[in-house]
Design a protein around this ligand. Structure first.
Ligand code: HPA
Ligand code: ZN
Length: 347
C-alpha cells in the first residue's frame, strides 16, 4: 500500500532526509577509512604510506574513473593489520551512521586485499564482527557483513577465499563482487557464486557501475544475485529496466561515488529519479564515504538538492532500503513503521 506523503517545503526537506530512519546496503567498510585514521593506524603498526600528511593524502583523492580510485583505496587499506584495527575502523563508521539515522546496515568487506598482505581471514572477520555486535548496544545500529570477491582476481582465488571464510560462516550473511568491473564480467564467477548459493549465502554483485547493461543481465541470470550494486547503466537498456521493475530487484545506488568516479558529469544529470519513476527499487548509499566526500545523508541531501526529488521520493527510498535488506519480515515491518511514523510526525 502506498503511503501518500504530504508535500514538504524545499527548505525543510534536508531535515526530513536527515531524520528519516534508513538502511545502508552499499558501504565498503575499507572505504570508511578517513585519512586521519589511516595515519593513526600507520603509526600504530609502523607502516609507511607515501604521503607526507593527512592533507596531502586527501588532496590525492581526485579520481577520473573506478580504477584510479581503487589504486588509492587498496593502498589506504594496507594500514590495517590487527583485529583491533578492523574493529576501530568499523566502530568509527557506526558512530557516523548512527548520526545519519542509519538503523540497519550490511557492510561489504574485501578480505583478499588483507589476506594478500598476510593478514588472516580470522583477524579480519573477528574485528569486524565484534564491532557489529557492539554497534547494536553502543549506538543502536544493527549491522551484518557481506564478503566480497575481488573481480580482477581469478575465480580460483575466490574459491580459496570462500574456503578460508567457511569457519566464520555464521558471521557472514552474504557474498558480493567488487573491484575493477570492465573486462571482469559477472559470469567469470559463475561456479563460485553457484557454490555460495548452495551454502545458503545471500548474493549481490556490483554491475552496471561503469560496465554495460549486459553485466547486469548476467549478474541476475548467471550469478542469480538478489540485489545489484550500482546498476545505474541499466537505464541504457529498456528491456533490462522492465525486468528490474517487474522482479523488484533493488539497485544500491551511490550518487556521490558516481559523481567522484565520473560516471555522471554532475549530480543534476544523475538518473536516480529516472530509475525511481520507472518503478525500480532504487536505494541511496555512500559506497566509500571517506573517499567520495560524504556519508549517506550527504548523498541524500546533495542528490535531492541537485535533482529536485520530493518527500514522496524520500519515503520510497527509505522503504526500498528496508524492503531490499536481508532482515526478516517482522524486522522490515518494524523499520517501515518507524519510517512512516517519522513522516507522519514531520508536519
Ligand atoms: N566499485 C567497485 N569496487 C569497489 C567500489 C566500487 O564502487 N568501492 C570499493 N570497491
Ligand atoms: Zn561499491
Amino acid at each position: 500500500m502506498t503511503f501518500f506523503v504530504k508535500p514538504v517545503a524545499p527548505d525543510r526537506l534536508p531535515d526530513l532526509l536527515r531524520q528519516m530512519p534508513k538502511a545502508e546496503l552499499h558501504m565498503h567498510i575499507e572505504g570508511s577509512l578517513e585519512p586521519e585514521l589511516i595515519f593513526a593506524l600507520a603509526q600504530r603498526n609502523g607502516v609507511t604510506i607515501p604521503y607526507a600528511n593527512v592533507e596531502a593524502l586527501r588532496s590525492a583523492y581526485a579520481f577520473t574513473n573506478l580504477q584510479s580510485f581503487l589504486d588509492i583505496y587498496y593502498a589506504g587499506a594496507s594500514v590495517l593489520r590487527t583485529s583491533q584495527d578492523f574493529y576501530d575502523m568499523a566502530h568509527a563508521y557506526f558512530v557516523k551512521a548512527a548520526l545519519d539515522n542509519v538503523v540497519h546496515t550490511e557492510l561489504f568487506f574485501d578480505p583478499q586485499t588483507h589476506t594478500a598482505r598476510g593478514v588472516s581471514m580470522e583477524t579480519v572477520v573477528d574485528g569486524l564482527h565484534r564491532a557489529c555486535v557492539d554497534a547494536q548496544k553502543d549506538v543502536g545500529v544493527n549491522a551484518s557483513l557481506i564478503m566480497c570477491f575481488l573481480r580482477h582476481l581469478s575465480e580460483e582465488e575466490a574459491f580459496e577465499t570462500l574456503e578460508q571464510a567457511l569457519p566464520f560462516r555464521d558471521k557472514i550473511i552474504g557474498i558480493g563482487l567488487d573491484s575493477g568491473e570492465i573486462g571482469n564480467p559477472p559470469e567469470k564467477f559463475a561456479r563460485v557464486f553457484a557454490r555460495c548459493r548452495e551454502l545458503g549465502f545471500h548474493l549481490v554483485a556490483h554491475a552496471g557501475e561503469e560496465g554495460p547493461p549486459a553485466y547486469v543481465w548476467t549478474a541476475l541470470d548467471v550469478l542469480k544475485v538478489e540485489r545489484i550494486d550500482h546498476g545505474v547503466q541499466s537505464s541504457k537498456d529498456a528491456a533490462l529496466m522492465q525486468r528490474l521493475a517487474k522482479d523488484r530487484i533493488a539497485l544500491t545506488v551511490c550518487p556521490l561515488s558516481n559523481l567522484k568516479l565520473c560516471v555522471f558529469p554532475d549530480l543534476a544529470s544523475h538518473n536516480l529519479r529516472q530509475l525511481l519513476d520507472a518503478g525500480l527499487a532504487a536505494t541511496v548509499n555512500s559506497d566509500d564515504p571517506a573517499y567520495f566526500g560524504g556519508y549517506v545523508n550527504d548523498n541524500f541531501m546533495q542528490t535531492f538538492a541537485a535533482t529536485g526529488l520530493s518527500a514522496q521520493h524520500a519515503y520510497t527510498l527509505g522503504k526500498n532500503s528496508f524492503d531490499a535488506s536481508f532482515i526478516d519480515a517482522a524486522a522490515k515491518r518494524r523499520y517501515n513503521d518507524q519510517l512512516t511514523a517519522c513522516f507522519e510526525a514531520f508536519s
